[in-house]
Design a protein around this ligand. Sequence first.
Ligand code: F6P
Length: 344
Amino acid sequence: MRIGVLTGGGDCPGLNEVIRAIVRKGVTNHGDEVLGFIDSWDGVMERRFIRLDVAGVRGLLPRGGTILGTRRGSPFDHADGLDRVRDCFDAERLDGLIVVGGNGSLTVASMLHDQIGLPVIGVPKTIDNDVVGTDTTFGFNTAVQVATDAIDRLHTTAESHNRVVVVEVMGRDTGWIATHAGLAGGATVILVPEEPFVIADVCATIERRHSRGRYASLVVVAEGARPVAGTMDVPEYSKDELGRPRLGGICVNVAAEIERRTGIEARVVQIGHVQRGGTPTAFDRVLSTRFGLEAIDAAHDGSWGHMVAVRGGAMTRVALSEVVGRTRTLDMSLLHGVADVFFG
Ligand code: F6P
């Protein structure tokens, strides 16, 4: 077969490992030719690609980012976008396309499958862990580990100074990273997008804690977390290339409010893209490798319009139509009942 592969959306540790697995199994076991499209859908529309062979994917296992480049945007943003995708498929005699992406890229893949019958297979990636249909996505474990390492370090300096440190992690719509890292790092409070927070309650918890002696307080906030409307200031955001708010900065408002209300010095640490960069954890290397192998097998089985997934530890496939347009929000029992036992 002649199979294309692209990476879309924000980058994520594990993308290169998926590419490597697709190429290794595709070329060696199936005798495939694999074309790697550069810069996501732009590469398909402009027919910019590299031929991927086994030698070309050597050394990728520990490497973060994506050798193919990635960006947001899709053929639907262009009047002739669908025609250009079709033309590319015909000209390059492609049998199928593996789309490695998060909710945005998988939605585009699903639409192209439904509207023009494009033979696509999805592979779920995102550090946010918010794709429906799979127990987890690759990149999430790495992001949680990076954030946890940072929180561990922050404890000692915060404790020495009796400070509050507000640590902001990514998580546009969901609090998976915040909750897992907060739980692993022993956070005082965790704030997530799924549940508007009451800053007075956050401050009461911190005051109670500090009244017992000298303490570090680590507040972990997801970038998408919001206070109950009208209770405190929130940042003004510029827009990203899709017109969505470019999140980041809620930690500053939360820290300022804590300091103002409690009188305890509060500092901020925005982990930002550090949690998305660099080498994937062993868990993510294994998961992304399994996803890549499953994706190339799915192409050979003709499972077009499906996404590979992990459920109960086993690889499976789920129809893209069941995945897109939905967000896998936090299992709130992790926050209420597990993490909050240790708050305060
Ligand atoms: O979608 C994953 C994500 O990491 C979000 O948590 C975050 O809002 C976004 O990407 C940031 O993307 P960019 O680096 O393109 O601004």
